[in-house]
Design a protein around this ligand. Structure first.
Ligand code: URA
Length: 270
């Protein structure tokens, strides 16, 4: 029987899940090292089926279970490098990423957002991180920014089946916040390996976070539209930073700059 109290608790859990809360904690800190869990919450009496996987995981643990300590950032980056290197195909890389536990964002996201489009394409786009719609569908750039990206592709005679699209970070940061530098560093070996395995001729970095992480440069306004070199690990390819569609939606006047960049990309494709 569902009581008023459990209904209210369930709604509160759903609210927390939506807000990106990814672990259950008490008002006072627990001493996890000695196993003293004086403040541990009583076992939940409600079903958490409406909560996010992370909240379900947190509330499903028994009161005496000790969670595995999170890896240090350095250990997580090392683990990511080893894991990414072990992938010999994009399918393997996707499966490895799906099992990877070194990035905290996985806990709050609904699912992995690996890629969309054609991995055989000569043209690869890399954005920052999935948003709410991407997290729902498991595909990059399917929200408002993605729809604008589709229109810009159409303007140079392309659609999503002719390009390959991914993000630096494959899990949605809670509340669409910017991924932290540590989260970005942990995810970086995976997107680098994804580029190497997809082996495009042209890499387009969408917005500053992707440009900074992959090309190591700051200042998207002065660098957009410039051709740069990118080492995939097996060869050097051409790379161009472009303005993020989310920025273009806020500043439509800048679309003319994006138009120029897309024309240059079309020309480079031949
Ligand atoms: N913004 C991004 O950078 N990536 C997406 O997938 C969606 C929006």
């Amino acid at each position: 029987m569902i009581t008023e109290r459990s209904k209210a608790a369930r709604e509160l859990l759903a609210f927390y899940a939506e807000a990106g809360v990814d672990s259950a904690v008490g008002e006072q800190a627990n001493d996890w090292l000695t196993g003293n869990r004086a403040n541990a919450p009583a076992p939940a009496e409600i079903s958490t089926s409406t909560a996010s996987p992370a909240v379900r995981r947190a509330s499903a643990s028994t009161p005496t279970a000790m969670p595995a300590p999170p890896p240090t950032p350095d250990a997580a980056v090392m683990a990511a490098r080893d894991a990414a290197r072990g992938a010999s195909s994009l399918e393997e890389l996707r499966a490895i990423l799906d099992r990877f536990e070194g990035c905290g964002l996985k806990g709050s996201a609904s699912r992995l957002v690996f890629a969309d489009g054609n991995p055989q394409s000569r043209l690869m786009f890399v954005g920052e991180a999935p948003g709410a719609e991407e997290d729902k569908q498991g595909l990059p750039f399917v929200g408002r920014s993605g729809q604008l990206l589709n229109r810009m592709l159409a303007a140079i005679g392309l659609d999503r089946t002719q390009v390959y699209i991914a993000n630096i970070v494959p899990w949605r940061p809670p509340g669409n916040r910017t991924p932290t530098p540590v989260e970005t560093q942990i995810c970086l070996p995976f997107i680098q390996r994804q580029i190497e395995l997809a082996n495009p001729d042209i890499l387009v970095t969408i917005g500053q976070p992707s440009t900074g992480a992959l090309l190591g440069i700051q200042g998207i306004m002065k660098n957009r539209g410039r051709w740069l070199a990118y080492q995939t690990g097996t060869r050097e390819i051409r790379a161009m930073p472009i303005l993020h569609p989310a920025y273009l939606l806020r500043s439509p006047i800048a679309k003319r700059l994006a138009w120029r960049d897309f024309l240059a990309i079309k020309k480079a494709l031949g």
